[in-house]
Design a protein around this ligand. Structure first.
Ligand code: TRP
Length: 437
């Protein structure tokens, strides 16, 4: 069976080389594996939780979409879309919100961290915390469950969210699944050995450390300038250098073949100057990133092409999300009025169904005569009397039928329709008799 793998990308900020090596490149490679059906989306509803600047939101989702496409994402193989183009996601979010306990959301790391920061600062615990932040994990659960994804590659900080999605799925299955597994229970895939690219100073590459190498921004020039700022030791040209532990070498590795890695190390041990090593690193990165940057520029100059790709992706995604949401609505009782089942007695659902009884109806027609009919428990018409002048007469016939069963049929004035189904009638009369005693 194909495995559905789904990842959301929060669209705030601009991407750096570490994002490419640690997330984009491996995700694209994984999407090319056989037996995998990949879903990549821009989590722009999630972005709204973190950012209230419309221009930044708009810019970031465009740039990030262009980046993934430029990096080689094959949209004929994967489903690539914007979260906000799939109205089924917020709709499912509400259904899930209604079965998620508030206490569980109180324990979400991101919310707790915000509360802790407020308390530490002597503020009201919930100061500045929106319901968006609070409900963040439920929206994320809907992202995943709407496509019944099996695996969700995420960073370690997101594992709790996937566990919450599992919990919610389990609760829904239990409450509304009628014994079937309505939702797949998703699993987090934490890449243990994911290449964590060091930044210019050797710490993890991160916007917040101001040590990142831009991916496309600023072109080859900015890439070269950033590489020039990579911290090395102060060995002079010609002096042997120890390559291991050097940020420059680790970054080189991320763009080189095993043979090139060996060669680079040997050159450094043989006295290669840091300046020359940086030039080689630049050439390596540029060989891979340069053509992507050109595609990126081309795409950014034609946002309508990106828009078209994403519209197509949304249509593809909604083909799956639509039917699933319809089933979820059905399951919770948001059904067409044409198919509403009668409400069983409260707390008695099973019993009521087992004890559903045939129904005798006595009534008067416009012709002034009295009639009765008998319906089976499932509503099938079993017996239709002719008209009687007196209501009493009809009542007496009903009593006789209940008492004597099929024997009473012989003298009973019956309409031509329905034809008598003796076994069904026998069972129905027996059930009525039993119910009376
Ligand atoms: N919260 C994720 C992050 O910050 C992004 C995200 C949103 C996501 N929805 C998702 C990831 C669904 C995986 C699956 O990284």
């Amino acid at each position: 069976m194909t495995q559905r793998v789904l990842t959301g990308i929060t669209t705030t900020g601009t991407l750096h080389l570490g994002n490419y090596v640690g997330a984009i490149r491996p995700a694209i490679a994984a999407s090319q594996e056989a037996g995998v059906e990949s879903f990549f989306f821009m989590a722009d509803y999630h972005a709204l939780i973190k950012c209230d600047e419309p221009e930044r939101i708009a810019r970031s989702r465009l740039e990030i979409a262009a980046t993934w496409l430029a990096a080689g994402l094959d949209t004929s193989r994967v489903t690539f879309y914007r979260q906000s183009d799939i109205p089924e996601i917020p709709e499912l979010t509400w259904l899930l919100t209604c079965i998620t306990s508030k206490g569980q959301m109180n324990r979400a790391h991101a919310y707790k961290a915000a509360v802790d920061a407020n308390v530490a600062g002597g503020e009201d615990p919930d100061a500045g915390i929106t319901m968006g932040l609070y409900s963040y994990p439920i929206l994320m659960a809907a992202d995943i469950l709407i496509f019944n994804a099996h695996r969700v590659p995420v960073g370690r900080d997101q594992v709790q969210h996937i566990e919450m999605a599992r919990d919610v799925a389990q609760r829904f299955n239990h409450q509304f699944g009628q014994g079937s597994d309505f939702f797949v229970l998703p699993e987090a895939n934490v890449e243990e050995d994911v290449a964590l690219l060091p930044g210019l100073d050797g710490r993890k590459m991160s916007k917040s450390y101001d040590n990142s190498i831009p991916l496309f921004e600023g072109g080859a020039k900015a890439l070269k300038e950033a590489i020039a700022r990579i911290v090395t030791d102060s060995r002079l040209p010609g002096e042997p250098k120890e390559p291991e532990g050097q940020a420059l070498v680790t970054i080189y590795d991320a763009f080189a073949t095993p043979a090139q890695r060996t060669e680079f190390r040997a050159a450094l041990r043989g006295g290669l100057a840091w300046g020359e090593a940086k030039q080689q690193l630049f050439d390596r990165i540029e060989a891979q990133i340069g053509p992507m940057r050109a595609r990126y520029a081309e795409l950014m100059a034609h946002p309508e092409r990106i828009e078209a790709v994403l519209q197509e992706g949304a249509a593809k995604a909604r083909k799956l999300a639509g039917p699933l949401l319809a089933q979820a609505r059905e399951a919770v009782g948001l059904r067409s009025f044409v198919a509403v089942a009668p409400l069983p007695a409260k707390g008695n659902a099973g019993k009521a169904a087992k004890h559903a009884l045939p129904v005798v109806k006595q009534y008067r027609e416009a012709d002034g005569q009295f009639y009765f009919k008998l319906n089976a428990a499932d509503g099938t018409l079993l017996l239709q009397s002719l008209g009687f002048a007196e209501g009493r007469e009809a009542g007496q016939w009903v009593a006789r039928l209940k008492r004597d069963g099929l024997d009473a049929l012989a003298d009973l004035p019956l309409a031509a329709e329905p034809a008598i189904d003796r076994p069904a009638l026998d069972a129905a009369l027996a059930a009525l008799r039993d119910a009376q005693t």
